[in-house]
Design a protein around this ligand. Structure first.
Ligand code: COA
Length: 334
């Protein structure tokens, strides 16, 4: 702006972070509830559908890693955004089932995508809230001006950490990946975000094992107090939603689509009810893929975008909740 004295004053411009493409990937053929029975699990389609809404899940073949699934989801997201891999200068990769202890799955994914520009790549560990965490972190990088184009990924091979003799947990989870391209933009994208943790609840959902001196110490399998998780999830998902809506000066009536973590249809329904959001505004894909942890929200988002449900300009409320305990919400203009 030119002042009367001829001095040029710089006007700070706001950098927004906007999703420009989505992608997802589910490995192999769907595995039905009846298929689990034939694999020797003492369960029934009726029990699983009634308590969780899950009808099928996908299980990666042995040797297939989280970053293999992430690669497919990212290729689709890049194609949707019209971007080449080397245009990405930041990868934020949410997972609790990384390929290795290190290097990070993000660095492995960067190499698999053929990115050679030396951009940043790191993992985020927030279990089923991982995508909300990843999106929140990536948004801050973009808004700061330090990075222009991010891939935010959630990818899991949860089948590897399930105790297939524990019917109370093994029927609930599946493998998959989802990704978005998040770019610096003049137009508003992410309107508000919030992330939280309360480590005092760490034992209600955990894989309490570690590798030490060449051995697994503790348990390498997921364990859960299902009833406590259920109540906690509904409470914090509602609170986080109100928090981001308040921050953006909006209310639940302004939300076109609620996309909660796809853990269980009853958690989704109870959250929508508490927020007084009609169930037909809730994106549900848990029936198709079960709980895929950090992958669940970007998977649900991409499936709804590709079926034409979610359209450009819609106001979306994305939410995650999971082990830690962690939770978060991201409100955005798509
Ligand atoms: N098939 C058939 N029966 C099963 C079963 C299965 N897969 N799993 C458990 N049961 C049985 C139990 O053995 C128990 O039988 P009993 O009464 O004879 O002892 C009965 O079903 C009830 O078990 P319970 O654990 O009390 O069920 P619940 O009503 O709490 O439902 C969950 C269990 C896991 C579905 C429910 O607690 C839940 O959805 N929690 C949230 C889980 C979640 O979403 N976690 C991830 C969040 S990120």
């Amino acid at each position: 702006m030119m002042s009367t004295s001829g001095v040029v004053k710089s006007v700070p411009t706001v950098i927004h972070a906007r999703i420009t493409g989505t992608g997802s990937y589910l490995p192999g053929a769907p595995v039905s509830n009846d298929d689990l029975r034939t694999r020797g699990i003492d369960t029934s389609d009726e029990w699983i559908v009634e308590r969780t809404g899950i009808r099928t899940r996908h299980l990666a073949d042995e040797g297939v890693t989280s970053s293999d699934l992430a690669l497919e989801a990212c290729r689709r997201a890049l194609e949707a955004a019209g971007r080449l891999p080397d245009e990405i200068d930041l990868i934020v990769y949410a997972t609790s089932t990384p390929d290795f202890i290190f290097p990070s799955s993000a660095a492995i994914l960067q190499h698999k995508l053929g990115i050679k520009n030396g951009g940043a790549a790191f993992d985020v560990q927030a279990v089923c809230s991982g995508f909300a965490y990843g999106l929140t972190v990536a948004e801050k990088f973009i808004r700061s001006g330090s990075h222009r184009r991010a891939l935010v990924v959630g990818a899991e091979v949860f089948s590897r950490i399930l105790d297939w003799n524990d019917r109370g947990t093994c029927v609930l989870f599946g493998d998959g990946a989802g990704a978005v391209v998040l770019e610096a933009s003049d137009e508003p994208g992410i309107l508000a975000s919030t992330i939280h943790a309360d480590g005092s609840y760490s034992d209600i959902l955990s894989v309490p094992g570690q590798v030490s001196h060449g051995k697994v110490i503790g348990s390498p399998f997921l364990q859960m107090d299902g009833k406590t998780v259920f109540k906690f999830a509904v409470k914090v998902l509602s609170e986080a939603a109100i928090e981001v809506l308040d921050a953006a000066g909006l209310n639940t009536g302004d939300v076109d689509w609620l996309i909660p973590h796809q853990a269980n249809i009853r958690i989704l329904q109870a959250t929508a009810k508490k927020l007084e959001i009609s169930e037909d505004k809730v994106i549900v894909s848990v029936d198709r893929h079960g709980n895929t942890s950090a992958a669940s929200v970007p998977l649900a988002l991409d499936l709804a975008v590709r079926t034409g449900k979610i359209k450009r300009g819609d106001t979306l409320l994305l939410e995650g909740v999971g082990g830690g305990f962690t939770w978060g919400a991201v409100l955005l203009k798509f």
